[in-house]
Design a protein around this ligand. Structure first.
Ligand SMILES: [Zn+2]
Length: 237
């Protein structure tokens, strides 16, 4: 193979090395916002859980408060009945009020039993709320750290890709065969790589056996041959 041709291929290979790395970085940069969004969605799920646990706990507190109000009003009722008893004339009337008081007292006892059950449920709700707040705080710090890390990664990649693009342009400027450069760029825009070696008569891109005339053509001076299967440009290592 002609050394001039080899060196043109060599220049294209340097260019391709840069282009492949640039493409990798661009892909990674494109994925970063999606990854950050995923982190934030995870946090939102924990926030929703904590809000739900908070509502649940408040609901139980409110139920206990209602019961307490009901008990207080029944106690008030008993006091009122007792005051009424003072002015009563007959034993029969007295006993009638007495039995009314007993029935209110038994209603209070029932409410107080219910309150004990509700207190146990409130305790459960308190523990659930505390656990979900702890999880939320842990998750928030993880997400915060991860988002900062993604931002730093993005900034580092932006800087790297800017340098690589400058190096890539310099490498492209060194290629004298502008038609080859244009061909390379056209193929690279469609494929993962544009310039591949032939090994044992097989295309290094699509791994298909090339017809002998293609291999023969490639060995000619000053020609750039494309694989007739995948369209990549071929060179001999
Ligand atoms: Zn091929």
């Amino acid at each position: 193979m002609d050394t001039g041709t080899l060196s043109e291929i060599g220049k294209l290979l340097v260019l391709q090395e840069h282009d492949v790395r640039i493409r990798q970085i661009e892909r990674e940069l494109r994925d970063i916002p999606e990854r950050k969004k995923g982190e934030e969605q995870r946090l939102a799920t924990h926030q929703a859980d904590a809000a739900k646990a908070d509502d649940h706990q408040k609901g139980r507190q409110a139920a206990i408060k209602d019961l307490e109000l009901e008990v207080a009003s029944k106690r008030e009722q008993i006091l009122k009945l007792r005051r009424q008893q003072v002015d009563l004339k007959t034993n029969k009337e007295f006993q009638a009020i007495d039995s009314e008081i007993k029935s209110v007292e038994s209603a209070i006892a029932g409410l107080e039993d219910k309150e004990l059950e509700l207190m146990a449920l409130l305790e459960e709700a308190n523990q659930l709320l505390a656990a979900s707040k702890r999880e939320l705080a842990d998750e928030a710090s993880v997400v915060k750290r991860d988002v900062v890390a993604w931002d730093q990664r993005a900034a580092a990649l932006e800087a790297e890709v800017a340098t690589l693009r400058a190096q890539r342009d310099a490498a492209a400027a060194l290629v004298q065969q502008k038609a080859w450069l244009a061909l390379y760029q056209r193929v690279f825009s469609r494929k993962d790589n544009a310039l591949v070696p032939i090994e044992g008569g097989v295309c290094g891109g699509c791994h298909l056996q090339l017809p002998p005339y293609v291999v023969h053509e490639m060995k000619k001076q000053g020609t750039l041959v494309t694989c007739n299967f995948c369209g990549r440009l071929l060179y001999e290592r």
